[in-house]
Design a protein around this ligand. Sequence first.
Ligand code: ZN
Length: 401
Amino acid sequence: MTFTFDRIASAGAARAGVLMTPHGRVDTPAFMAVGTAATVKALDPLELEAIGCQMILANTYHLHLRPGDEIVRSLGGVHRFMGWDGPMLTDSGGFQVFSLESLRTVSEDGVEFRSHIDGSRHRFTPESVMQIERNLGADVIMQFDHVIPGQSVEADARDASERSIRWLVRCRTEFERIAQREQGTGNRGPYFQGASVPGSLFPVPAQVLFPIVQGGIHSTLRREASRAIRSIDDWLGYGIGGLSVGESKPDMYAMLDVVNEELPTDRARYLMGVGFPEDLVEGVRRGVDMFDCVAPTRMGRNGTAFTADGRVNVRRAELKADPRPLDETCECSTCKRFSRAYIRHLFVADEILGLRLVSLHNVHFLVALMRRSRAAVIDGTFDAWSRDWLARYHTRPTPVS
Ligand SMILES: [Zn+2]
């Protein structure tokens, strides 16, 4: 029961690695499907396993509000609750509470907010979030951070970034305090090894805490944050937050270049909330190991499919008699069995299977894209392969609507 990250090959800044967790291994680079409310929308965990998805994410904010993290804990933790036995990660709720513009108040201590569900009052602090994430019991848990819009000016970005670092120190202290209280094993640092408590109904999971590098689109702040976080501890992995939140793509890629220079090469890097297929490939080119995004399932439910030639809106009239699969190079069970014409028919007829089939295809598309990237890093062809892939993807941008 141990956490490790090993980089097994690299090609330029791109890396192939293995993240080991108590619930199994994750081959990186990897795309994590997002199970917001302890379900990857419309998909069964067995389907995710079948397409080779190795790690999934659940949202602290949503599970704290409904059904409540203590309920999840009483039912054996989030893995057992949702029937997923593989590696899991929880975010800290920072992104969600800072998105609730009119519903929150921020102070140095934390954030007070009203539930988007029933208006009830709640309070997130670094300490309370550590307890909530402990209750949920994912393998990798994220620090509570201050998230700001992508185009924020430097003064605002500095304020949020520096607060996030102060909150990281508090998260780390609380993380260790909870670990000592629950395990009686003393301070084992930020990625202590957990063990079951004899006689406990709820086996205490081993968890690892990841910090989050903030700093908006300001290189100086990203550098300062990376260095400050590294000076606090030798972390197993580093979240890269506050990107894909409204800034331009060139700005996002520039920040990844900066962070790539500053973070240790032998630790995992997780680009949070990203993204689209092209962003994953651009991220891997800049040294990112892990990604997550709701895009594949959200777009799947809306009838937009990822393909090697760009996105396809499956409702388009010209697909009415199209016998081809969504993507002729895809090996998912949707593409092996069903035509574009059939999938279009399901959407037009409002049949629930349609959104399931496209969601599954889209998640598979990103999982397979990362698997292919990994193989290319290992066999030394990543630079050429990724350039070709990006050129093809951008050549024929299929209108989304
Ligand atoms: Zn497919």
